[in-house]
Design a protein around this ligand. Structure first.
Ligand SMILES: C[S@@+](CC[C@H](N)C(=O)[O-])C[C@H]1O[C@@H](n2cnc3c(N)ncnc32)[C@H](O)[C@@H]1O
Length: 223
């Protein structure tokens, strides 16, 4: 998979070099190309924002640099183009799975009050939100999106079981996990997990998943 990112803050993506995702990028399991929207501005001061028509607080990202960047990176519209926006479809694991099957993604990141609406009309396939709150630029949402998608790319995680059993994989939250020591500050690991009986362990885990989901996220069971 190839992901093209359009941003005013390219350094934010240095965070991708950490952890499992960084290793996967090194191995070439997927690629992320970061493009600075400012490089495409035809303004003599490389300006990329202006006051909103009709007045109001803040600045709006101008369409020219964004449109030119999109044309330079994805002239033939081979990428599925996403604008990270609080007004978009809310990201969940089902959507992550769907997007992980695309060959090419283009992520447009807004800043200030967002982008000129005509860019969305002309160039964007989908608006995507990471939740009902506002962050300062789309880049932090893009990092979440890239990280969640990359985990589903073949070879990125050590074991494919990690993906199959975790929260949201079958409309359930994950069962509780324990590791050494067996007793920590007086709290014991549930004895079933030490029994070596894989059938009973699987049954316990399934029950725990169902209980936790019922209690914390009953909406997931209705899906
Ligand atoms: C300060 S926000 C602009 C918010 C906009 N004025 C509004 O009220 O909808 C700047 C940029 O951050 C990104 N952003 C903010 N919240 C987001 C969210 N929940 N999900 C995805 N992107 C978000 C968008 O790209 C947005 O253009």
């Amino acid at each position: 998979m190839q992901i093209d990112v359009l941003t005013l803050f390219p350094n934010i993506y240095n965070a991708l070099n950490e952890s499992i995702v960084g290793k996967a990028l090194d191995k070439g399991l997927f690629t992320v190309r970061v493009h600075n929207i400012r490089d495409f501005s035809k303004d003599k001061h490389k300006k990329c924002d202006d006051e909103p028509f009709g007045g109001g607080a803040g600045m709006v990202m101008t369409p020219q640099p964004i449109h030119d960047a999109i044309m330079a990176v994805d002239e033939n519209h081979e990428s599925f183009r996403i604008y990270l926006s609080p007004k978009g479809q809310k990201l969940d694991q089902k959507l992550v799975k769907k997007l992980s099957k695309k060959n090419k993604l283009l992520l447009l990141n807004g800043a200030f009050e967002g982008v000129d609406e005509r860019i969305i009309e002309l160039d964007i396939d989908m608006e995507l939100s990471i939740g009902d709150y506002i962050i300062t630029s789309g880049d932090f949402a893009s990092l979440v999106l890239i990280n969640s998608i990359s985990r589903l790319v073949d070879g990125v995680l050590g074991s494919p079981l990690s993906v199959e059993e975790e929260s949201f994989s079958s409309n359930l939250l994950e069962y509780p996990q324990y590791t050494r020591p067996q007793n920590f500050n007086g709290l014991e690991v549930p004895s079933i997990l030490l029994s070596g009986n894989h059938y009973e362990i699987a049954k316990w885990r399934k029950n725990m998943s169902q209980e936790i989901t019922k209690k914390r996220r009953p909406d997931l069971l209705e899906d």
